[in-house]
Design a protein around this ligand. Structure first.
Ligand SMILES: NC(=O)C1=CN([C@@H]2O[C@H](COP(=O)(O)OP(=O)(O)OC[C@H]3O[C@@H](n4cnc5c(N)ncnc54)[C@H](O)[C@@H]3O)[C@@H](O)[C@H]2O)[C@@H](O)CC1
Ligand SMILES: Nc1ncnc2c1ncn2[C@@H]1O[C@H](COP(=O)(O)OP(=O)(O)O)[C@@H](O)[C@H]1O
Ligand SMILES: [K+]
Length: 473
């Protein structure tokens, strides 16, 4: 698992190391990491390094200092290095002297380059690129290597509110920052240079393939259809039977145990998935180890009664879509729940706002903070959907699942996610891990279903087993 720390935590840890490290040593270590990455990119893109051209974009602080020192190292490999100083009077003095004495040039306008190094702003970044930097970045045609983070993107939230760098690669130092996962598409390939920092608990973790593989429940010699956890789905309505088919289908694809369906789309579900045990109502459904409630179920009184019946059963529940709207409209539904039993909500932004705003929680730029606040307030796990999905537990733990592709931005893909979450909850996974692992496999299923061209939620359902195979295989 990788981890991310907000900038103030990184700074505090850096200060402790700086206090016991010779002047400039950390910066040179950071800069050496950038130079190595720059050399690798030059080699990969141009077949060599000597005589290749690098343009440094140098801002007012230590981020620019890193770029200048990296330029000095690159000069030693016979790379031609030009530095464009965006705030000449505030450029890092030692870095500039090192670059000059290594034979680097200071230029007044961007020059042709094989690679640009973005040392405009780092940990102290606030807001988008200022106009002068924005103009230079807009005119670049070389790939960009970002120092610490792509300038113009908020380091703590990944928010982009105007001009910002999109990097082909980013080299960061000491520990990853939230931007690296919340705006992964802006960072490109990420490398971490170790600075020996002693960091506290992270703000959030990021599951990798091996973590998901280790968590994913697979049947063993002593298992039968019941022991792997039976998942119950209550979803769909006469208006939206499709949501029931998608959520149930993805649960079927995600577990080799049993899936039950309770609701008005029983016939459609059974026609499509004969292995599902269907019934008209939750009360008749038989025992399950977790429920998924909500996709397409409607928001009227009958649906409210169904949701209450599910919450009263004392097993983990994944509440999605209309189920979330019902919880917002009827907060007393929370009383039906045993507070010791996990509830996991899977809202998109508008559903999140419906539940959070009446409780005084705004969904602003800091999506991790908002999800953590709502999880703590509700005593439930909150999976906030988006291009980076945030999963926050009531105990303060959080995971982020970045998506590097966006094929899941298609109608019904949320219903697919809820079925996968349900399968993992039924197998007994901790809800934060269940949400994180489901989001991971969901993204992979979207990529496999799309294979480079638009796809649909039904195809994502069918790709769930391939996605699991890809992860656990
Ligand atoms: N502290 C340390 O020990 C280390 C710091 N390192 C580097 O130091 C960086 C942090 O340096 P600083 O704290 O000096 O600050 P930065 O270099 O991040 O920012 C410098 C200045 O840029 C300006 N600025 C803010 N937002 C801007 C925007 N949107 N557009 C243009 N200019 C903007 C501000 O005036 C700010 O003070 C890190 O990102 C990293 O690159 C590394 O050398 C590793 C060691
Ligand atoms: N631009 C995007 N990039 C990556 N994933 C996305 C993007 N937009 C949406 N998603 C994912 O697609 C799913 C959409 O779910 P949801 O909004 O509930 O849609 P629906 O109601 O149509 O099922 C979520 O899992 C979300 O994380
Ligand atoms: K930068």
């Amino acid at each position: 698992m990788r981890s991310a720390w907000s900038t103030h935590r990184i700074r505090e840890a850096e200060e402790r190391v700086l206090a016991v490290t010779p002047d400039g040593a950390l910066m040179r270590r950071a800069a050496w990491g950038i130079a190595r990455q720059a050399l690798a990119m030059l080699r990969e893109r141009t077949g060599g390094v000597a005589g290749r051209r690098v343009l440094l974009l140098v801002g007012a602080g230590n981020n620019g200092g890193d770029a200048l020192w990296a330029g000095a190292f690159l000069r030693k490999r016979a790379v031609a290095v030009d530095a464009l100083l965006l705030a000449p009077e505030r450029a890092h003095a030692e870095g500039l002297a090192a670059l000059r004495s290594a034979g680097g040039r200071v230029v007044q306008a961007p020059t042709r380059a094989d690679l640009a190094v973005d040392g405009i702003v780092g940990l102290s970044a606030r807001g988008p690129l200022r106009p002068a930097a924005a103009e230079v970045v807009a005119r670049l045609d070389a790939p960009v290597l970002a120092v610490d983070l792509p300038s113009g993107v908020d380091p703590d939230t990944g928010a982009v509110d105007g001009p910002a760098v999109t990097a082909a690669a980013t080299v960061t130092f000491g520990g990853c920052k939230p931007v690296h996962f919340l705006a992964a598409e802006r960072c490109g390939a990420l490398t971490l240079v170790d600075l020996g920092l002693d960091l506290p608990d992270p703000d959030f973790g990021v599951l990798d393939r091996a973590d998901v593989a280790a968590a994913w429940p697979l049947p063993g010699a002593d298992d039968d259809k019941y022991t792997q956890g039976v998942v119950g789905i209550t979803a769909g309505s006469s208006t939206y039977p499709g949501a029931a088919v998608l959520a149930t289908g993805s649960a079927v694809r995600a577990t080799s145990g049993m899936v039950r369906y309770a609701g008005s789309a029983a016939e459609e579900v059974n026609r499509r998935y004969p292995e599902v045990v269907v019934t008209g109502s939750v009360g008749d459904a038989g025992r399950v180890q977790a429920w998924v409630a909500g996709p397409g179920m409607g928001t009227g009184h009958p649906a409210r009664d169904v949701l209450r019946a599910v919450l009263e059963q004392g097993v983990p529940v994944c509440v999605d879509a209309d189920g979330i709207t019902l919880l917002a409209k009827h907060p007393e539904l929370w009383d039906a729940r045993d507070p010791g039993v996990p509830v996991l909500l899977t809202p998109h932004d508008r559903e999140f706002a419906r539940v959070a705003e009446p409780r005084g929680i705004e969904l602003g730029a800091d999506r991790v903070a908002a999800a953590k606040a709502l999880a703590a307030e509700l005593g439930a796990t909150v999976l906030l959907k988006g291009h980076a999905t945030v999963v926050a537990g009531p105990d303060g733990r959080a995971l982020v699942n970045p998506a590097r592709s966006h094929w899941l931005a298609t109608a019904g893909s949320g219903d697919v996610l809820s079925g996968v979450v349900g399968a993992l909850l039924a197998a007994g996974l901790d809800p934060v891990l269940a949400g994180g692992a489901a989001a991971f496999v969901h993204v992979r299923a979207g990529e496999l279903a799309a294979a480079g061209a638009p796809t649909s939620a039904s195809k994502v359902v069918d790709a769930v087993p391939d996605a699991i195979r890809d992860v656990v295989g």
